[in-house]
Design a protein around this ligand. Structure first.
Ligand SMILES: *Cc1c(COP(=O)(O)O)cnc(C)c1O
Length: 355
């Protein structure tokens, strides 16, 4: 810090997203994007847009999208909040709901954006260690706290928490907001979402993203589902910050996506099938693979360092994610892509493990 004006600058250690190589020849298995294209209905929804629609501001309430999502989830649009990806929705939620002097709680190994928002918004936090099998221990979250957030399935482990355990956490936390980040829930067994608990727990907020299961990471759409009261508090903060978050095109594409359910289900089924195939194949090569309910697997080899595999794979234009973080620095997070892509990775891992 050299200049006098810098003493009043907010400094923060930012979140580091996965690499986005611009070379189209890479096999990109590092940011959990969906390898399938968006549904054709999603692309067709843009046909109805003319220049005049871009001249005007978009609908600040994004009603077309909140109504489509409400219908999809069998809820009222007052139960839905939308944002620029679930990162925007989660950031707004931290700002709105985590204002206690007591620390919020989240797992030690989880989405690495949570500590960043905590720092940004001056939210005290405490992490709770996963058990030796990388599972969240529900009773760790029963004590006094300023709020709770965790993904289900967790990231980057892919491990899923059964609903009874989440109910246990909710029963013991009626005086704080509990956020369940369901970024990967569409890849988990059916019936595992917590959305149907929002009537019973008005302090439960469930967040979702279009980036993974809905193959629209580039459009930036996320949403939250919760009681009318929670959602109205979120809207008050949003409208105090930026009223027009989603573009005209984004709102249309987002609404079209939930209406093409057959395609959506097909895409999910293929990814799950490839995930199971890939997990079995790399287990044969000696990898330990955590049981995944997401569109990625978290894997480790007993004899070859994850950092080495990561670097070598990159030389072959195969990108996977490596976190140089205690406890998980010998693991790789590998996104499930097309079967051909996974086969290329399997071939490479075969060579590497047979050396
Ligand atoms: C990908 C991801 C998000 C953010 O998704 P957006 O692209 O911002 O919608 C949120 N939480 C977890 C756990 C994720 O993996």
């Amino acid at each position: 810090m050299n200049n006098s004006w810098e003493k009043n600058v907010r400094t923060i250690e930012p979140y580091v997203p996965g690499e986005q190589p611009q070379d189209s020849n890479v096999i990109k298995l590092n940011t959990n994007e969906n390898p399938y294209p968006p549904a054709k209905e999603v692309m067709e929804s843009l046909n109805g847009i003319d220049g005049d629609m871009f001249r005007k501001y978009p609908d600040p309430l994004c009603s077309e999208l909140t109504e489509a999502l409400a219908e999809y989830h069998n809820l009222d649009k007052k139960n839905i909040f939308v944002g620029v990806g679930s990162d925007d929705v989660l950031g707004m939620s931290f700002l709105t709901f985590f204002n206690s002097d007591k620390p919020i709680l989240f797992p030690d190994i989880t989405y690495s954006f949570y500590p960043v928002w905590s720092d940004l918004f001056n939210v005290p936090f405490e992490t709770k260690a996963l058990d030796e099998n990388f599972r969240i221990i529900p009773s760790d979250y029963y004590g006094e706290n300023g709020g709770i957030v965790f993904p289900n399935p967790n990231a980057p482990t892919g491990i899923f928490m059964p609903k009874e355990e989440i109910i246990g956490i909710l029963e013991n936390n009626k005086d704080v907001v509990v956020i369940v980040d369901e970024a990967y829930i569409d890849f988990a067994p059916e019936g595992s979402s917590c959305i149907d608990l929002i009537d019973r727990y008005p302090n439960l907020l469930v967040t979702r993203t279009y980036s993974k299961s809905r193959t629209l990471a580039g459009m930036r759409i996320g949403y939250a589902v919760g009681s009318e009261k929670l959602i109205s508090y979120l809207n008050d903060v949003k409208f105090s910050y930026n009223s027009y978050t989603l573009t005209v095109a984004t709102i249309k594409m987002g609404a079209a996506s939930v209406k093409s359910d057959d395609y959506f289900k097909k895409v999910i089924a293929s990814i799950i099938e490839t995930r199971e195939y890939f997990s079995e194949e790399i287990k044969k090569l000696g990898f330990k693979v955590l049981p995944s309910s997401a569109n990625f697997v978290f894997a480790s080899h007993p004899d070859i360092k994850a950092s080495y595999i990561y670097e070598e794979a990159k030389k072959r234009n195969i990108y996977v994610r490596y976190f140089n973080t205690p406890r998980i620095d010998n693991y790789l997070r590998i996104t499930i892509g097309m079967k051909e892509d996974m086969d290329s990775l399997i071939e490479f891992l075969k060579e590497l493990t047979s050396k």
